[in-house]
Design a protein around this ligand. Structure first.
Ligand code: NAD
Length: 363
């Protein structure tokens, strides 16, 4: 028998096609009459048309959201929110826009409706990562949880194939680590396997046909489940490594996850064979790490750190940083082995060698 703790997140979720039409009703339910609509510069038109759709219920648009939630951007958004006397937030976009909404909610406790258009999953977590003077720090607070999340499959159709693939693999990473988390629980493990299974089936179909509605719906559903797992249990080597690499060497978020995931899983393979079997089964693959590596290959995603902008001379520094602050991982985090992992990820070589050469007895 397993003893465990499970904490449910109290969000209201609306899922379907055309569900954006319910936004005004959701704001009314929350008592919001002057919403600030957030987006990235890339999605400013979408934000403007949502504001137009909301009429007087929208007080204005702030379309300056950036990756990794820089506090300077949040400060500007806060000043604008005060100027407009807004009483709620609508965030439409990927994890960058959701992050800005969460940063405002942390400071104001304003109600938020998030309309995710990528597979990042941030809308399901109480986690907020903010960047100040180039340093990213992460905190967890129930204040940042959105009140309502509206998943509208139609809004994901415009996601370019490359973003669909990397964002989808990023989502899979959110469900892989919970399966070997120290504080794992059976509810989250169920959601994790279902999330991986849905994304692994849908992503190749989306890659072949970006407008495949059934596949898009399956991927968004999978991303929701994966995001729920990310917020619910502790993350390990994969997430810590991506955080270090992304933050220190300014590597792109979702792409870094896509490169590292097979290697982090290979590193941990011998320490938790049960989790590996669950991951492999959910992927429909013979072996977890290789299955992830092959899925990335099938999606045409870049599989080496070299290709996404890391320099070879930074491998040693990355290894040093990765072991600097100790954290729990199913297999002990050892510098030489981690250096090997990063070197393989840098070169884009198969993680199966990792499994063979790095296997340690299960303790
Ligand atoms: P993103 O939000 O930066 O989006 C990338 C680009 O794609 C942006 O220009 C965006 O406007 C655009 N885009 C998004 N959806 C689109 C669509 N449907 N059609 C066309 N363009 C679209 O990237 P992301 O990968 O979604 O999120 C990454 C960020 O989220 C990082 O900052 C990461 O740290 C954060 N994140 C946080 C958590 C958390 O729990 N706190 C979880 C996951 C990710």
């Amino acid at each position: 028998m397993q003893t465990f703790t499970y904490q449910a997140a109290p969000m209201r979720v609306i899922f379907g096609r055309g569900t954006l039409n319910q936004l005004a009703d959701e704001l009314a339910r929350l008592g919001v009459s002057r919403a600030l609509v957030l987006a990235t510069p890339h999605q400013v038109q979408q934000a403007a048309s949502i504001a137009a759709m909301l009429g007087e219920r929208a007080a204005g648009v702030f379309a300056q959201a950036e990756m990794h939630t820089p506090v300077g951007v949040t400060d500007r958004a806060m000043a604008y929110a005060r100027e407009l006397a807004v009483d709620g937030i609508v965030a439409i976009g990927g994890g960058s826009t959701t992050g800005l909404g969460k940063a405002i909610a942390l400071r104001t406790d304003l109600p938020q409706v998030v309309v995710p258009t990528s597979y990042a999953g941030s809308e399901m977590t109480p986690i907020l990562g903010e960047t100040r003077d180039g340093l990213k720090t992460t905190q967890s607070s129930p204040r940042v949880l959105p009140e309502t999340v509206i998943y509208d499959v139609d809004l994901t159709l415009t996601m370019p194939p490359s973003l669909s693939a990397t964002s989808g693999l990023n989502a899979i990473a959110h469900a892989v680590e919970p399966l070997y988390a120290r504080d794992r629980n059976p509810i989250i493990s169920l959601m994790a396997q279902e999330g991986i299974r849905n994304l692994a089936q849908a992503l190749p179909k989306i890659n072949a046909e970006a407008n495949d509605i059934e596949a898009r719906a399956q991927a968004l559903y999978g991303a929701w489940l994966c995001g729920s797992c990310l917020g619910a249990v502790g993350m390990a080597l994969h997430h810590k490594l991506c955080h270090t690499l992304g933050g220190t060497f300014n590597l792109p978020h979702a792409e870094t996850h896509a490169v590292i995931l097979p290697h982090a899983v290979a590193y941990n393979a011998s320490a938790d064979p049960h989790a590996m079997a669950e991951i492999a089964r959910a992927l429909g693959a013979k072996e977890a790490a290789l299955g992830l590596f092959e899925l990335a290959g099938e999606l045409g995603v870049r599989r080496s750190l070299r290709e996404i902008g890391m320099r070879e001379q930074d491998i040693d520094r990355a290894a040093d940083l990765a072991v600097k602050n100790p954290y729990w991982n199913p297999r002990p985090v050892e510098r030489d082995a981690i250096r090997g992992l990063i070197a393989r990820a840098f070169a884009g070589s198969s993680p199966v060698d990792d499994v063979r050469t790095q296997a340690v007895p299960h303790t």
